[in-house]
Design a protein around this ligand. Structure first.
Ligand SMILES: [Zn+2]
Length: 332
């Protein structure tokens, strides 16, 4: 399967002094079950970066961090050649200039979450805090960032964005697809340069489930799911227990499949459904929580989900779509 959200880059960065452990970890996860994925570097609020990882905000440089990880991956051959993958940045709090997205693109980034749970200079995340004298949603700078991402062809990941930011992002994408705005590019003839180049916004939720099944801030309303699908995007159903059911005694596999069935039900097909583990068993803070947060473990995830889909009457074609083909189309 294509794992639409796995923080492999953060794991490598955190363990860069212990390459033999990293190698062992990669050998374990890149088994025959995983065909590809979006591998992320994630960034939290300044306080969390300091408290949980001991990193001071002034020392964070996304480009340099990614270069370090990328060189380890290449030198140590950590990702097998048959894996289809792209890099993602989860949380752009520490992006110094919007223009730096070009450098990140060159380094292989094709997916970003403009905001993580906290609010930042680009917009507001799902964490409920009072914002004084400030509107929720995308900031002016956030709108500029979205235009830049669309222009570069980088997918915009709306998992972690709050509803206001989500709808502002959709609005920016729709402006473009309806041809109201041409993100500052020169027009040639009647159609825009942008349109001629066939650049279209890529919007997706790499690791979010359905609010209709489990009403937590990280999940999506039916209206949001339909808006993503309308733009040809992806909803990656994530195997984090907290986003599958609020009942800690639930049968989580049963709950997991309910989210996939719900989207199939409201969209009448599986063209926009994909999968994500967000497996964080490597995370050393609160190990008890992180060891038990996922329904599936990385080694068995693909087989388990296939069985669940078969038991619930998904066709062979639908299972392939959900497991990797929809993502192949999305990143094209
Ligand atoms: Zn996340």
């Amino acid at each position: 399967m294509f794992d639409g959200h796995y923080d492999l880059l953060t794991y490598i960065y955190m363990n860069k002094e212990n390459i033999s452990e990293v190698r062992e970890h990669c050998n374990k996860i890149f088994n025959e079950n995983i065909t590809g994925g979006i591998f992320n570097l994630f960034y939290m609020s300044e306080q969390e970066m300091y408290d949980e990882l001991g990193i001071e905000a002034k020392d964070i440089n996304i480009i340099e961090n990614l270069k370090v990880v990328k060189s380890i991956i290449n030198k140590k051959n950590l990702i097998p050649n048959n894996i289809k993958y792209t890099f993602g940045i989860e949380g752009l709090d520490y992006l110094k200039r919007i223009g730096d997205m070009e450098e990140l693109y060159k380094l292989g980034v094709r997916s970003v979450n403009p905001v993580w749970n906290n609010h930042n200079k680009f917009g507001t995340g799902v964490r409920p805090i009072k914002i004084i004298n400030k509107e929720k949603g995308l900031t002016k700078l956030g709108k500029k960032l979205i235009k830049k991402l669309i222009k570069l062809g980088i997918a915009i990941d709306v998992s972690h964005a709050d509803e206001e930011t989500f709808w502002d992002i959709i609005e920016e994408c729709e402006k473009l697809t309806k041809g109201h705005e041409h993100i500052g590019l020169k027009k040639s003839g009647k159609t825009s340069y942008l349109y001629n180049r066939k650049i279209k916004p890529k919007i997706f939720a790499s690791h979010s489930n359905c609010k209709a099944i489990c009403d937590v801030p990280r999940n999506l309303t039916d209206k949001q799911i339909k808006a993503i699908a309308n733009l040809g995007g992806i909803i990656g159903i994530v195997s984090v227990k907290d986003f599958c059911s609020k009942d800690s005694n639930a049968n989580f596999e049963e709950q997991y499949i309910k989210h996939i069935l719900h989207i199939k039900d409201i969209l009448k097909n599986v063209d926009n459904i994909a999968l994500a583990t967000d497996d964080m068993t490597y995370y050393k803070i609160e190990p008890e929580y992180y060891q038990n947060m996922n329904i599936f473990n990385q080694a068995s995830v693909s087989g388990s989900i296939t069985e669940l889909l078969q038991e619930n009457d998904f066709s062979k074609k639908e299972i392939k779509q959900i497991k990797y083909e929809n993502y192949n189309r999305f990143f094209g």
